[in-house]
Write a protein that binds this ligand. Structure first.
Ligand code: FES
Ligand SMILES: [Fe+2]
Length: 390
């Protein structure tokens, strides 16, 4: 249970708030290269700030303030130029640093500047940094970098605070109930067979490491030397759940749009067969949360069941009424980690997982991972179990 003030410290994202300042020490996904090629001017909202993402005709990428310095029309209506973005209303033009570089009707160009943030591309995604200089390196995690993976990404806007998604990732036990029992219940109501076995969790544990936290679980029927207990799934601080195996890399990146909205980015890389042609560009999908006729999240599959849990806690979960129990030790650990790193930023230090050493970042950051996916929850085993009457 947290006080109202502690919960605000944990969940507020705007500039000047403790968590808003922590989040501004990291790079955040704002779009994709293929989409910006097709639609070169896009309104963006990130950490409570309204911004304009654009690609000039020269191919330079800028992220500048929402409104023109002249008479404040939205720059989302702007026209890409060789030298930047031209306002649709009277033609004032901005470079990627936010400087006004042209005022067509005026005798001279006034030295005006609007806010501007750096953008970098990695793995087909566009990442922005909204914090103070010197900016850290954009972390080169394996799945975004490896040349032998085919990559796809899907985006979904969630009407809830980002910490709810992270709490869920730090809570292994929910798998058995939310995805097992609830998932099978929904399938039964839809006239379908159970999707999942529901083996009991025997123990859970968490290891803090340089870039985040490993969550580990041991469930009935799994050996103590299995990857799920000896390795587990890394949570990359501050906002990414990773599921990493040799041939499959998945990242769920929870990008805070503002206090009550999150852009959920599901990025997956799958090993390409050696004789297949290299992928031309990142495959991109934009999706929406699905609701049933009662206004509840419709959740027949695992990722939508997680969405149901995140959204089901409300726009900002009221942690003054919750009761954390033994299954929540990962949630408590993660909250403490967030609060400790807020303190580090307030002391003028770098928080964890900020990368500044190129030697650590190049060619990629090695994260210990599993060899194969866990077996215990596999649907085909559930089918066998049902067929066997167990
Ligand atoms: S409002 Fe943008 S140029 Fe006038
Ligand atoms: Fe889940």
């Amino acid at each position: 249970m947290l006080t109202k003030e502690q919960n605000e410290r944990l969940t507020q994202t705007s500039i000047g708030t403790p968590m808003g300042e922590l989040l501004r020490r990291y790079w955040h996904v704002v779009g994709t290269a293929p989409e910006l090629e097709k639609e070169p001017v896009q309104p963006i909202r990130l950490l409570g700030e309204n911004l304009t993402l654009f690609r000039s005709q020269r191919g330079e990428i800028g992220l500048i303030g929402e409104r023109c310095a002249h008479r404040a029309i939205s720059l989302a209506y702007g026209i890409p130029q060789e030298n930047g973005l031209r306002c649709a209303y009277h033609g004032w033009t901005y470079d990627t640093e936010g400087h006004v570089v042209d005022m067509p009707f005026e005798p001279a160009c006034l030295p005006l500047r609007i806010k501007a943030y750096p953008v970098q591309e990695l793995g087909g995604l566009l990442w922005a940094y909204l914090g103070p200089e010197p900016r850290p390196l954009l972390p080169r995690y394996e799945g975004f970098v490896r040349e032998d993976l085919d990559r796809r990404v899907s985006f979904k806007i969630l009407p809830c605070n980002w910490v709810q998604c992270m709490d869920n990732s730090m809570d292994p036990v929910h798998f058995e109930h939310l995805h097992g029992h609830y998932g099978n219940y929904i399938n039964r109501r839809l006239g379908k067979p159970p999707a999942m076995q529901t083996p009991r969790h025997l123990k859970i544990d968490f290891d803090v490491f340089e870039y985040g936290v490993y969550k580990r679980r041991l469930v009935e029927g799994e050996p103590e030397d299995g990857d799920d207990w000896t390795v587990g799934h890394p949570i990359l601080f501050p906002n990414t759940l990773a599921q990493l195996q040799d041939a499959y890399h998945s990242y769920q990146i929870r990008v805070p749009i503002d206090d009550t909205h999150t852009m959920h980015v599901l990025y997956r890389g799958t090993l390409r067969s050696p004789d297949a042609a290299p992928q031309q560009e990142l495959h991109v999908e934009r999706e929406e949360v699905m609701y049933d006729e009662m206004g509840r999240v419709f959740a027949p599959v695992v990722i939508r069941q997680d969405e149901m849990a995140w959204i089901g806690q409300g726009p900002v979960s009221d942690r003054t009424i919750e009761h954390l129990a033994t299954s929540d030790k990962g949630v408590a650990l993660y909250h403490n980690l967030l609060l400790e790193n807020i303190d580090r930023v307030e002391r003028g230090e770098d928080p964890m997982a900020v990368v500044r050493d190129p030697e650590k970042n190049e060619p990629m950051i090695p994260i210990r991972h599993e060899r194969v996916a866990r077996a215990a929850f596999r649907p085909e085993l559930a089918q066998q179990r049902v067929a066997a009457g167990s």
